[in-house]
Design a protein around this ligand. Structure first.
Ligand code: KG4
Length: 345
């Protein structure tokens, strides 16, 4: 089954063709990062306008690269939640038009389910059930993935996401947007034990996270040092920050895997590209005698292939939509389509 997959939830326009959920025939990603860099973050309206300009050309390029004719497509999958509403609507509307014109099924895909599915593309042997930590720019959560479309949230961030915290910390250190990668470079020469930042955990709630305190601690430290006229040890701030994020994420994930009894631990999302977090997980999961699945770097960030992979399993579960499909800025990863409750359409 060949699925045309569309992703436009934030600042990447992405189109892929994926066969039977596991084989990527093409994966086209057009990043708008340069458009937003000058503002230090994503500007929603600019993102939406950026998507609408390139999406049709990108889809044609995807089909050309995959050597797939429009008539050979069996379905269209699209990210419909969560994300920037204007950005999502571009992808949803384009996917609807494709499904109507080609008379093929339309499959709505939750963005975080897509990030989880990036691992199905990288690891053909991986099948649910497993424990998953999803760490992206907009979400941070621990999930019990019982089956491809049977996902239960064990804990989540109460405020900022891990990626958001990386981006804000990077900004206060004068680094460009998106800040995760430059912050990782800066941290390489720093002392990760120099600054004792607060863990992004919630007292008494072992699987919940809270990154706003950590973010504020970094901002306060930087402003305090600047007011005193001290030279900032930016590499050590970046390294200590990264150590704190990793120490906030790894132990709860291991504890959740123990509680569920799963031997497979999956890490997903843009922040999974971080080298410190990757090696800390390798070490901790190995010590636990479990198996770690973490996507290669090219599949950590937003892409269309992951939507095509999850779309296949959503289709098998009967989760298709008609032309009334809407987009949602927020939606729990545990909700199937059609969503029973939507907070912010
Ligand atoms: O998953 P993603 O591409 O987009 C969302 O679905 O939100 O994640 C983007 C986030 C950004 O916050 C970015 O700074 C972060 O992933 N990121 C990293 C690294 N590369 C990207 N964070 C830490 N270290 C990295 N190497």
């Amino acid at each position: 089954m060949k699925i045309l997959a569309i992703e436009s939830s934030c600042d990447e326009t992405a189109v892929a063709v994926v066969e039977d959920g596991r084989k990527v025939l093409t994966d086209q990603v057009f990043s708008q990062a340069d458009l937003h860099a000058v503002y230090g973050g994503v500007v929603p309206e600019i993102a939406a306008r950026g998507h609408i300009e390139v999406i049709a050309q990108l889809a044609q390029r995807a089909l050309d690269e995959a050597h797939v004719a429009r008539e050979e497509l069996d379905a269209v999958a699209v990210t419909y939640a969560p994300g920037l509403i204007g950005a999502l609507l571009v992808g949803v509307n384009f996917a609807k038009a494709c499904a109507l014109a080609l008379q093929i099924p339309l499959i709505p895909v939750h963005h975080i389910r897509g990030h989880i599915a990036a691992n199905y593309l990288a690891y053909p042997e991986l099948k649910p059930p497993f424990l998953c930590l999803a760490i992206s720019g907009g979400n941070t959560l621990l999930a019990d993935v019982r089956d491809y479309t049977d996902i239960h949230i064990m804990g989540a961030t109460r405020d900022d996401a891990a990626g958001e915290c990386f981006d804000k910390t990077a900004r206060v250190l004068g680094l460009p947007y998106p800040g995760g990668k430059p912050l990782q470079e800066l941290a390489r020469t720093g002392d990760e034990h120099k600054y004792p930042f607060p863990l992004a955990q919630v007292h008494g709630e072992p699987y919940e996270f809270s990154f706003s305190g950590l973010k504020t601690a970094v901002v306060n430290l930087v402003h305090h040092e600047q007011q005193l006229g001290h030279a900032l040890d930016k590499p050590s701030i970046a390294a200590s920050f990264t150590r704190t994020v990793s120490d906030s994420l790894v132990p709860p994930t291991i504890a959740a895997a123990r509680e569920t009894g799963y031997n497979q631990i999956v890490v997903a999302g843009g922040v999974a590209a971080n080298t410190t977090i990757r090696s800390d997980f390798q070490r901790a999961v190995q010590a636990e005698g479990k198996k770690l699945y973490i996507p290669p770097l090219r599949l950590c960030g937003d892409n269309g292939a992951m939507i095509g992979s999850q779309g296949y399993y959503e289709f098998l579960a009967g989760h298709t939509a008609d032309e009334t499909l809407n987009a949602y800025a927020t939606l729990d990863v545990s909700e199937d389509y059609p969503p029973a409750s939507v907070k912010n359409p």
